[in-house]
Write a protein that binds this ligand. Structure first.
Ligand code: RUQ
Ligand code: CUA
Length: 665
């Protein structure tokens, strides 16, 4: 199996990667000769298309070695992928201009998750210009997020972590289309889900989902956002309070349903194996979750021992019924429904969770626009498994709902759609995007490469790919973005932590050949993105004080002043406008707790004022008609200049106030 020609120079980075791939290959070769685990479901190995996967993955290892050795070559056109389809390279072609002229607007919003930067980034499509960033799980100076009382209290109540790892942005839907109200995003690192209000482009709620350590896959229930779902990726004891720590067999993964309005966790479902990525069907019944490493191993040999994993299909109305009937245990106040294979709730004719065998270690699940099929990308298998959601409800053996398994190439991770019957799958190992015909893939024999229409090279190692509005019932086609994990040599070197490379690809309505039109360096590390037509959003250009009435005050010029509210407490209120604070100085005593309330009384768009107090870690950004509050201790006597951080007028530098802290003696 392992007659590799070995090039000896082990200090060359590409060689090191190559050696690693070979090692992996050798391990898999050994695994292949072992007797597979007795199949408890009695499904046997004859599952069409499944038996080829181990062998193909071995081949994938060999190709991966070669790929990683060549992928770093500038503009290297890689051919002979063994896919039976022609590789193509970027060519100057017929794509419309993606550059938006000065002063004109993009047609689409793109919301990028920021990975472990913890933020959401907003880009215009097709220009890929970055419009803004929305801090979510991180603190952020430019917006004063995490510095004012409201946002810092929200972050504190959600666990008081200083960062998060957001992967999957999801837009709220009404009737299967984006309603422009909210964006929901997961925190893989700390098991949280956040909500961003799209009127103000601000995070307005974060929930720390009980009983789970990590939330990875996230989706809203189509068509009307009844729930936001989070996949608990890491298995832990339940509850994770010190019990069963040495008994991994008792660890469990939970699927959580969060109410989008209250952001409370309504119920959870316990499953066998883990949970990775999820997507909702279009009719409010199914949510499909992928899973990997059923062996629950932490070494390569163990985690590739079996020949299959099980995708889980959650039947939402059936789960709701079990909750209504009280068929659950309660842990930390949350109803937990038993969705494991042996659960009595899975034995009747309407099981709450169906377990569908797929080739080993699949990655993403994406439901195509008609809601008929869920695509499960193979990752270690070069195939995509097509699950018929209608059939899934009818058959008693869920394996029978698998209606297709096209062979798309090496390392398939994510699939997206143009709305015209085509699917596009990212190929991590091949560094390509494969376009394939959905109906042809269903007609073709499982494991056939015939449905593949075209492939395009991307640079390099794509994860998620997204086409315009691909997650709605009516995608727009036209542009596709490939979120490539590695950029290697594509940009000026900026030290050893390289940017990612998000590439814009023209696809038309799916009738065109794919054409690569732009590289876009991205700060680590976007995972996924979602696009909405600009007409579907209606962002405010200034604040509306009616929106926070009763929650925070509004300070006019007249109301500016200082009020002693306790022996050691003062409340300082000030209006803010160009180019002066309503209160141009105020005096407090050493050791006072100062509550500072400021309102930007301007109603002109784009005139933002900042409030910074040196040596007190005070930093606010106040947009027109907004009020922000901050509480701090004035613990050192002296004079402190308060200044405006946003360049708001010709007298911006002059815009000051003064805090005098008298010694207490
Ligand atoms: S994952 S590269 Cu967090 Cu979306 Cu697939
Ligand atoms: Cu206000 Cu600068």
């Amino acid at each position: 199996m392992s007659e590799h020609t070995s090039s000896a120079d082990s200090t060359d980075p590409e060689t090191v990667v190559e050696q690693y791939e070979r090692q992996l290959e050798d391990v898999l070769a050994e695994v292949e000769t072992e007797t597979p685990r007795e199949d408890e479901d009695g499904l046997g190995l004859e599952l069409a298309g499944l038996e080829l996967d181990r062998r193909d993955f071995i081949k994938a290892g060999a190709v991966a070695g070669a790929m990683s050795a060549t992928a770093g070559c500038a503009g290297g056109i890689l051919d002979d992928r063994g896919s039976g389809s022609p590789g193509t390279s970027a060519k100057a072609g017929s794509a419309p201009d993606h550059l938006v002229p000065p002063g004109e607007h993009d047609e689409y919003y793109g919301f990028w998750s920021g990975g472990h930067s913890g933020e959401i980034r907003v880009l215009g499509i097709p220009s890929m210009r970055e419009l803004t960033r929305i801090p979510v799980f991180n603190t952020e100076g430019a917006r004063g997020y995490g510095y004012d009382d409201q946002t810092s209290e929200m972050l504190e109540a959600a666990g008081d972590y200083t960062w998060g790892d957001n992967h999957h942005p999801n837009l709220s839907e009404t009737d299967g289309d984006y309603d422009g109200e909210y964006l929901f995003v997961n925190d893989k690192a700390n098991g949280r889900i956040a909500r961003v209000n799209l009127k103000y482009f601000e995070t307005d709620a974060i929930t720390d989902v009980p009983n789970v350590q990590s939330v990875h896959g996230t989706t809203v229930l189509s068509p009307d956002t009844k729930y936001v779902f989070g996949n608990g990726e890491f298995r832990t004891p339940l509850p994770n309070d010190g019990r069963d720590v040495h008994d991994p067999k008792k660890y469990t993964s939970l699927f959580s349903a969060v109410d989008p309005d209250s952001m409370e966790t309504k119920w959870q479902v316990k499953v066998d194996g883990n949970l990775d990525i999820c997507d909702s069907g279009k009719e409010g019944r199914w949510v499909i979750s992928s899973a990997y490493n059923s062996e629950e191993a932490v070494g390569i040999k163990g985690m590739t021992h079996d020949d299959r994993d099980f995708v889980k299909a959650f039947d939402i109305p059936a789960i709701e019924k079990a909750v209504e009937q009280g068929t659950y245990e309660e842990v930390n106040g949350i109803p937990i429904v038993d969705g494991t294979k042996s659960s009595s709730l899975n034995s009747g004719d309407r099981p709450i969770v169906k377990y569908i065998p797929t080739p080993k270690s699949p990655h993403c699940v994406e439901v195509e626009p008609n809601g008929k099929y869920a695509m499960i990308a193979g990752k270690l298998s070069p195939t995509v498994t097509i699950l018929d959601l209608q059939k899934l409800g009818e058959v008693s053996d869920p394996a029978k709902a698998v209606v297709g398994r096209p062979k798309v190439g090496l390392g398939p991770l994510h699939t997206t759609f143009d709305g015209n019957g085509h699917a596009y799958t990212s190929l991590f190992i091949d560094s390509q995007v494969a376009k394939w015909d959905i109906e042809k893939a269903i007609e073709a024999e499982k494991g056939s490469a015939d449905p593949v229409l075209e492939k395009i090279d991307v640079h390099y190692n794509p994860g998620h790919i997204q086409a315009l509005e691909a997650m709605t019932t009516d995608p727009d086609g036209e542009w596709l973005v490939s979120l490539n994990k590695l950029s290697k040599d594509r940009f000026l070197p900026v030290g050893p932590i390289h940017p990612d490379n998000d590439q814009l690809i023209h696809i038309g309505q799916g009738e065109k050949e794919m054409e690569l039109v732009a590289d876009h360096p991205a700060y680590p590390e976007p995972h996924d993105c979602v696009f909405a037509h600009r007409d579907k959003l209606d962002p405010a250009t200034t604040w509306d004080k009616e929106d926070y009435k009763g929650e925070k005050p509004y300070i006019s010029e007249k109301q500016s002043g200082v009020e002693r509210t306790g022996d050691r407490q003062v409340h300082v209120k000030s209006s803010v406008k160009r180019s002066e604070y309503g209160l141009q100085e105020f005096t407090v005593k050493e050791g006072d707790e100062v509550r500072l309330t400021l309102t930007n009384i301007e109603d002109v768009r784009d005139v933002i004022h900042g409030v910074a107090i040196p040596e007190h870690d005070v930093n606010l950004a106040i947009a027109p008609q907004d009020t922000r509050e901050v509480t701090f201790t004035a613990d050192e006597p002296g004079v402190y200049w308060i200044y405006c951080t946003y360049f708001c007028s010709a007298l911006h530098l002059e815009m000051r106030s003064r805090m005098i802290v008298e010694p207490r003696d």
